[in-house]
Ligand binder design. Structure first.
Ligand code: NCD
Length: 324
């Protein structure tokens, strides 16, 4: 089965079949990343505009690499050094980039819903690279891709998402993605950093770490969002680390083959101990590598003009021939 994608705005509105289709496409692209010549001609002549209103290392660079590996051009617009500082509106900025010939906008913004607005304003596709505390769908997809490769399946896994859930767009996208694919999600953190109680199948809420880790197959550690803390939500970072920091002793509560994930950037010694981040339980660097493949898949699906199964597509045929 194939799917057409207009924009990639969030996992809440995506079906399990659509997610699976994207992950399969990413699986086709992953081997290119370990070749000596990381170049494929699939998107020659197209250009991708990266419009970032918030700081980013992994997401921005991996989108840029994804575009370039597929032979598209990538232009970076960092709001801090653009005409946004002269007061240009989001709408005018978007229309300017489209008028220059951008074929795709990848956008990160501090306000929830900004990429949805961009998708309404523009005729070209938009990918949400993180909007406020709302969604980070490409991170969610790369996490699902990483887990599927690591565990072989997602259905039936118990995933403990630990930390600053309230401010985390990564947690929200993972929550949607994991539950759609049949995992059980445990949200755990201080009561002030948990979303209000809500009813959702396959989701449990904990304020104590130990029961949340009990038998967990996956521990997903979130960054404490220092820049989004309203005063008073956390007594102190040291207190947080003492109660919720993931260290090797605490991993013993989990399943013996537990997998530890983190979206980056890590605060080592705060939400995650260095001994865990650098251990064999951790797939944190795999997440980063897989992020390039997932972003190649998304860029390709939005710009390739075809959602045909990759092996049947002429573009991919050429790609494979050229990169063999
Ligand atoms: C995340 C983000 O910016 O939402 N980082 C990322 O994209 N890998 C997580 C974070 O900043 O905590």
């Amino acid at each position: 089965m194939t799917f057409e994608f207009q924009d990639i705005l969030g996992l809440e509105t995506m079906s399990a079949a659509e997610i699976g289709f994207i992950l399969d496409q990413a699986g086709e692209f992953l081997p290119i990343l370990s070749r000596p010549i990381k170049k494929a001609p699939a998107l020659r002549g197209r250009w991708v505009c990266l419009l970032f209103y918030e700081a980013s290392t992994r997401t921005r660079v991996s989108f840029e690499m994804a575009a370039k590996i597929l032979s598209a051009d990538a232009a970076n617009v960092a709001a801090a050094t653009s005409s946004v500082t002269k007061g240009e509106s989001l709408r005018d900025t978007l229309l300017t980039l489209q008028a220059m010939g951008a074929d795709l906008i990848v956008m990160r913004h501090g306000s929830s819903g900004a990429p949805q607005y961009a998708a309404q304003v523009l005729d070209i596709p938009v990918i949400n690279a993180g909007d406020g505390a709302h969604e980070h769908p490409t991170q969610g997809l790369l996490d699902l891709f990483t887990l599927r490769r690591e565990k072989g399946h997602i259905a039936g896994l118990t995933v403990a998402i630990v930390g600053d859930i309230l401010h985390s767009r990564v947690a929200r996208s993972n929550l949607w993605g994991l539950t759609k694919l049949g995992a059980t999600v445990r949200l755990v953190g201080p009561a002030t950093l948990l979303p209000p109680p809500f009813e959702m199948d396959g989701v449990e809420r904990f304020t104590r770490l130990e029961p949340a880790l009990d038998g967990a197959d996956v521990v997903y550690t979130l960054r404490i969002q220092k820049e989004r803390q309203d005063s008073g939500l956390l007594p102190s970072f040291r207190e947080y680390s003492r109660l919720y920091g993931i260290n090797l002793a605490r991993l013993k509560l989990c399943a013996p083959d537990v997998t530890v994930m983190h979206p980056g950037p890590m605060n080592r010694g705060l939400e995650i101990a260095a001994e865990v981040a650098d251990s064999d339980y951790s797939v944190i660097t795999d997440q980063v590598t897989n992020g390039v493949a997932v972003r190649m898949a998304l860029t390709y699906l939005l710009l390739g003009g075809t959602s045909a199964a990759p092996k049947e597509s002429a573009d991919i045929g050429a790609l494979q021939a050229a990169t063999r």
